[in-house]
Structure formats: structure tokens, C-alpha cells
Design a protein around this ligand. Structure first.
Ligand code: PGA
Length: 248
């Protein structure tokens, strides 16, 4: 794991966007794994401003709420089109987001896994982290070998996400998420975490034991993971001086 501490989320997102832009130029048909939530917004803003050529890019999103209409303002379909896709020249057919309204969810999930394989696997996966250490919507105690499937959100995640829905009651209980095993097969991973609420889950994920109680800790086993932090999210890591020194 490479831990990169920047003074602000803006600074971290700028450099992370540059890494993605380089990859897009080197491999125009790159396969990206994308994330939603407040964290990647800065990154997407940077990428939009770079005017890159996305015509041959394929994307797979991590997760989606079950039962929320696609056009619902809080669906991740809507989030991705509003915050990234409608601002770039990506081909609609190359965009993949789990279908939270699939009639046969296990069948849909198996197909999603198959589509990722058929695309040649994910070259670069963008991740955020939940306050409980989740990646995608793989909540604590998720199997570290899990594949794309339906999951039930924890109370804590529903509380965290109620800020987007206006109230906790409106947050769906179920989601479809790529599994941890699926995420671990990405060639490269960029995890972004900003703000003081991420300090504890980040310290546990980066310096604690590998445990399904903090799903992000499994990334210690991933060979090419970069963790981008702002000063607040890095405030509880014990070896911050070392990480800063290595990056100089
Ligand atoms: P956030 O969510 O970016 O809205 O903090 C991150 C996550 O739940 O993965």
C-alpha cells in the first residue's frame, strides 16, 4: 500500500486525476471501476476539466441501491450521469452500473461478473471508504472473497447516507455491490478518503490487522493500491511522518 497524504482533498484529487488521465492516454480502451458518494466528486470534477477522450473507455460502477428507480435523484445511475458521464464523451453502451431493479438479482450479479471478465478485467478501481470501513457496499463481516451480490446495509451506513436522502427512513435497506473478491482483482486501486470521519477507518485499514470487521483492510493484500488522504483523514495513522517522507 502506498499512503499519500496531501494538505487537502482538492490537492489529493488533482494528483489522482492526473494518474487516471495518464492511464487514459496510454490505454484509450482502459476499463475503470468507479465509485459514488461525496468523496470522488472532486476527482470527477478534475477529470471533466481535463477534456479527455473517453470514447473507448469502459466503466463498471461498484454498487447501486435496490428498488430505487433509475431516475431517482439518489440512485447511483443518476449520480454518475449527473456528476461525470453527461460531461464527457463516453459511449453509453460502455457504461455499466448494477441494476437495482433487476427481476432476478443473483442472475444479474453473475452477469455483471461475467461482463467485467469479458472486458478484460478492471485496470483501475476508484474506491471511497465508509465510516465503518466498507468498500463498495461491502459492510463489516462481508466475506473477503465475496463476489457481486445483494447486501443489507448496516444502520450506520444508512445513517451516514441519510444526508443525501433527507431522512434515514428514505434510505433503502438493500444494495447490489461488487464483492471484495471482485474489487481485489482490479489491477490498480486508488482509495480516496477525506475528512475527520474517515480518520479511524483509515488508520484501522492501513495499520490494523486484516479483518472483515474493516473490509478496506484487505487492501493490504493488494499489490498496487494507492491511498490518497487529506490531513484530517490521515490524523490517526501512526506512521504519517514516514508516509510523508517517502512521498517527498
Ligand atoms: P462518502 O462515502 O464518499 O460519501 O463518504 C464513501 C463510501 O461510503 O464508500
Amino acid at each position: 500500500m502506498e499512503i499519500i497524504i496531501q494538505p487537502s482533498g482538492e490537492a489529493a484529487a488533482k494528483i489522482a486525476a492526473r494518474i487516471m488521465a495518464r492511464l487514459l492516454r496510454e490505454k484509450p480502451n482502459v476499463v475503470l471501476g468507479l465509485a459514488t458518494g461525496s468523496t470522488p466528486l472532486l476527482l470527477y470534477r478534475e477529470l471533466i476539466a481535463m477534456n479527455l477522450d473517453w470514447r473507448k473507455v469502459t466503466t463498471f460502477n461498484l454498487d447501486e441501491y435496490v428498488g430505487l428507480p433509475r431516475e431517482h435523484p439518489q440512485s447511483y445511475h443518476n449520480f454518475m450521469w449527473e456528476n461525470l458521464f453527461r460531461h464527457i464523451n463516453i459511449a453509453k453502451k460502455n457504461v455499466h452500473i448494477p441494476d437495482g431493479n433487476a427481476k432476478d438479482i443473483p442472475k444479474f450479479c453473475a452477469k455483471y461478473e461475467q461482463q467485467i471478465r469479458a472486458a478484460g478485467g478492471i485496470d483501475l478501481q476508484v474506491l471511497g471508504i465508509g465510516t465503518d470501513g466498507h468498500i463498495g457496499f461491502n459492510e463489516p463481516t462481508s466475506s473477503l472473497a465475496s463476489r457481486t451480490r445483494i447486501k443489507t446495509l448496516t444502520e450506520r451506513t444508512r445513517r451516514d447516507n441519510s444526508q443525501f436522502f433527507g431522512s434515514e427512513q428514505k434510505v433503502p435497506y438493500h444494495v447490489i455491490t461488487m464483492g471484495i473478491g471482485t474489487i481485489m482483482e482490479a489491477w490498480q486501486i486508488l482509495l480516496l478518503a477525506f475528512g475527520p470521519k474517515k480518520a479511524r477507518p483509515i488508520a484501522e485499514a492501513v495499520e490494523g490487522p486484516i479483518t472483515s470487521m474493516n473490509p478496506a483492510s484487505v487492501l493490504q493484500m493488494h499489490p498496487v493500491t494507492k491511498v490518497w488522504l487529506d490531513a484530517d483523514a490521515a490524523s490517526r495513522v501512526q506512521r504519517a511522518d514516514y508516509y510523508r517522507w517517502v512521498c517527498e
